[in-house]
Design a protein around this ligand. Structure first.
Ligand SMILES: Cc1cc2nc3c(=O)[nH]c(=O)nc-3n(C[C@H](O)[C@H](O)[C@H](O)COP(=O)(O)OP(=O)(O)OC[C@H]3O[C@@H](n4cnc5c(N)ncnc54)[C@H](O)[C@@H]3O)c2cc1C
Length: 358
């Protein structure tokens, strides 16, 4: 029997959030024949995310894991897509962190002597202080930061994939996969491998439900802020991200309970309580959204091939930092798939195989 080449693909990618989209671009750019299947009626964390990339996080000003490698790569990747898709996707802007007290000022400033983080902090002589926020104790400007417009990136990628017959809008059920030694069949199509990029919904997939997903719900507000000055992100417990004109996103909450996609009054109150003392100017809430971050037990991405099914892989665990982790590890996964380059131990799902065989 001759094989129908039209229905033979190298890879089926399940899910078109930032994980599936990044992987699809890398495999497509390396000349592989791909099909992405996505059900846009399902919730997606990427559609809710603020899209911020921040090299120094938390009260202790900790450098983001692999920041020196993953940030430059993410910028190259998103800039390349801007050109290809003719759209503004990446916004380079600093993050202003007002100090809460003299003690905080002292402890932050002492951290800046660390040569590992100094390159991510603006020289005080060049610092820009946002006028719409209270800064009685001064602050610090983090640089090499910004945000990615995920709605634009996803929508433009969807348009491109659709136009080039690379995307199928449909539900996927792992029960429909038929594996053989030579290939895997899904519906009437044949693939070399299937890679699942389902975000939090992967927990319902019987092949990978043994992975230690530690999902975290998050909510953000859409807020109109009067007289906002500049495009800087402000970060003090929460972030205030100016998106366009007076429209801003304010977030985010973190909750390990009630893992659903519903917005809550408690989250709105929590965010407003943190917002009010920071702002000098009036604001109005215009919207709210909720999502579930696909985090893992050790907070590292989870990628690789199923222990018993060599034609089935996963790209997940992007947690709170999908914007910067997705491009870098999509490249790593694509190099593994195409050129058999080993995956890093820190992200390879092999580290959890004992949970599968237990
Ligand atoms: C409130 C909030 C704020 C955030 N802010 C930031 C931020 O500022 N910066 C940052 O880097 N990260 C942020 N994140 C985290 C970020 O959203 C995630 O890391 C990232 O979006 C995960 O992407 P993903 O592609 O793995 O999953 P998802 O975006 O959830 O995508 C999964 C896709 O798979 C599809 N799918 C699933 N199952 C099926 C099926 N059976 N059939 C067909 N399709 C299916 C879904 O439709 C969806 O499109 C935030 C998250 C939240 C909730």
């Amino acid at each position: 029997m001759t094989e129908n080449l039209d229905s033979f693909y190298d890879y089926l990618i399940v899910g078109q959030g930032i994980a599936g989209t990044s992987l699809a671009w890398h495999l497509h750019n390396s000349g592989k024949k791909i099909l992405v299947v996505n059900d846009s009626s399902l919730p997606s964390s990427s559609k809710v995310a603020a899209g911020i990339f921040n090299p120094l996080t938390g009260k202790k000003l900790v450098k983001t894991w692999l920041a020196d490698d993953i940030f430059p790569y993410a910028q190259t990747f998103y800039s390349g897509l801007e050109e290809k898709l003719d759209a503004k996707i990446i916004h380079q802007t600093s993050i202003y962190r007002p100090f809460r007290s003299i003690e905080e000022q002292n402890s932050y400033l002492s951290r800046t002597s660390d040569p590992g983080i100094a390159s991510y902090i603006q020289d005080t002589k060049r610092e820009i202080i946002p006028e719409h926020v209270h800064t009685p104790y001064g602050g610090m400007e983090v640089i090499q930061s910004g945000w990615v417009d995920l709605p634009v990136l996803l929508e433009k990628s969807t348009e491109y994939f659709t136009k080039n017959n690379l995307l199928l809008e449909a539900p996927f059920d792992a029960k429909d996969l038929i594996f053989s030694e030579e290939h895997v069949i899904w519906k009437d199509k044949t693939f070399d491998k299937v890679i699942l990029c389902q975000g939090y919904l992967a927990k319902d997939n019987k092949y990978f439900s043994w992975l230690p997903f530690t999902p975290v719900k998050g909510e953000i507000l859409e807020v109109e802020i009067e007289n906002i000055t500049g495009d800087q992100i402000v970060n003090q417990g929460i972030f205030i991200l100016p998106v366009s004109g007076t429209a801003c996103r304010v977030g985010a909450t973190y909750s390990w309970e009630n893992l659903n996609w519903e917005i809550t009054e408690i989250a709105r109150e929590e965010l407003e309580e943190k917002l009010k003392p920071i702002l000098k100017v009036p604001y109005k809430i215009s919207g709210q959204s909720a999502g579930i971050r696909p985090s893992s037990h050790d907070r590292r991405p989870m990628l690789g091939i199923h222990p018993d099914q060599p034609r089935l892989g996963i790209f997940n665990g992007l947690g709170t930092k999908g914007v910067t982790l997705a491009p870098f590890f999509a490249k790593e996964l694509a190099e593994y798939l195409v050129h058999h380059k080993e995956l890093s131990e820190a992200v390879n799902i092999k580290r959890y195989f004992s949970l599968y065989f237990r």
